[in-house]
Design a binder for this molecule. Structure first.
Ligand code: NI
Ligand code: MN
Length: 224
């Protein structure tokens, strides 16, 4: 299975289905592609902030992809003509050969152009394809990450490390230890000045706890 980082919290997973998570491409200075070049079957969204929902609605419509998001965002997307499956914490849905399950995340969330008016819950996602991936979304460190590790045994954990709005490198290293994924990959850093962080700092701290860390460059693809 292939995993590609498009900068910020955006990843493309290619197993039997092609899935994009948090497609913030337009306006993302690290994005190595244009939103129009994306071709996927599933668009998975952790929360409604513009740097996560991003180009999701346009991509889902153009590709005829299914959007998977929390109930309210799925309803909003459906009102814009998107084929959408709403889920919520602890539940999930199977789309094609991929199962997507929603986990909690401690953060806030608005919705697209109504960002300030409509509040929705933020989330993390477990993506069960050929491998199991945990995308933590935007979140602080919370002890139930240990439970997420025990419940879903992820092969890969995608963790925010940029601080300010999410965990920083030190907290994310602790998260990686609790989740116990085979590989931890940092995200949500260095996109903007306010979330500057050294991924090597995360790598060093997590590896001291026995967790393997992979630092990707935007556009880099790895076989997992
Ligand atoms: Ni956010
Ligand atoms: Mn964010």
């Amino acid at each position: 299975m292939k995993l590609k980082w498009l900068g910020h919290s955006c990843f493309i997973i290619e197993g039997s289905d092609r899935i994009i998570i948090d497609p913030f491409i337009t306006g993302n200075p690290l994005a190595p592609v244009k939103a129009e070049e994306i071709d996927v079957d599933i668009v998975a969204i952790t929360h409604g902030h513009g740097d996560h929902l991003g180009d999701g609605i346009q991509i889902a419509k153009r590709c005829g992809a299914t959007m998977v998001a929390i109930h309210e965002i799925a309803q909003y997307a459906a009102s814009k003509g998107v084929k959408a499956e709403g889920i919520n914490m602890g539940g999930g849905v199977k789309v094609g050969d991929t199962e997507i399950i929603m986990t909690p995340a401690w953060h806030s969330s608005g919705l697209d152009e109504t960002n300030f008016a409509i509040s929705t819950s933020p989330a993390g996602l477990i993506i069960k394809s050929d491998k199991t991936i945990y995308h933590a979304g935007d979140t602080c460190l919370f002890y139930d990450m240990k439970l997420i590790g025990e419940l879903y045994n992820p092969d890969v954990a995608l963790l925010p490390i940029g601080g300010r709005y999410t965990m920083d490198a030190r907290q994310a290293a602790m998260a990686a230890e609790w989740i116990k994924a085979g590989i931890a990959i940092p995200m949500h850093y260095n996109t903007f000045d306010v979330i500057r962080e050294e991924p090597e700092k995360f790598k060093k701290l997590a590896e001291e706890k026995g967790i393997k860390v992979l630092i990707l460059e935007p556009g880099e693809e790895v076989e997992i």
